[in-house]
Ligand binder design. Structure first.
Ligand code: TYD
Length: 140
């Protein structure tokens, strides 16, 4: 991930790596490495259709931090005005997916594993799944 963030409602999260001698160890403490209280964690794997995108939505309230634990993938971000694509491949570097940030994950490598920490429990009402609705919502 070399590009600087250009979109709003995002940020970089750097995990703790206290012991790098015997393999990888990555630490995420709420309000320390991750800037919110974590209420939910989920993992995405077995992304067999390499080009089938995931995500393709924004949230109204939920804030998330997304990590690539293994392999790599493209994270496409769109705040309604600016768009950018980041290639995630380093488990210690996550990206904040704040509210009102349209995000899509695609171009997964073999054995790509994604982890997401979320500030809220799952709530389908918090999703904006239609892009025109997203553009409407961010005008409000
Ligand atoms: P979705 O968030 O759309 O997946 P992705 O962003 O990875 O493409 O979720 C896919 C389905 O799983 C959808 O029906 C909602 C459900 N789901 C839950 O029930 N709980 C959860 O925590 C998440 C993330 C999804």
């Amino acid at each position: 991930m070399k590009n600087k963030l250009k979109v709003k409602n995002s940020g970089v999260v750097t995990l703790g790596t206290p012991d790098t001698k015997r393999g990888g160890l990555f630490v995420a403490e709420a309000k320390k490495h991750v800037p919110f209280e974590i209420k939910r964690v989920y993992f995405i794997n077995k992304l067999s259709r390499k080009s089938a995108p995931r995500g393709n939505h924004a949230h109204k309230t939920n804030t998330q931090a997304i990590f690539c634990l293994n392999g790599s993938f493209d994270l496409c971000l769109d705040d309604g005005a600016n768009k950018q694509t980041l290639r995630l491949c380093d488990p210690s570097k996550g990206i904040i997916l704040g509210p009102k940030l349209w995000h899509t994950m695609q171009n997964f490598s073999n054995n790509c594993t994604i982890a997401v920490f979320a500030s809220h429990h799952y709530d389908e009402q918090d999703y904006i799944r239609q892009y025109p609705g997203f553009l409407n919502f961010i005008q409000k």
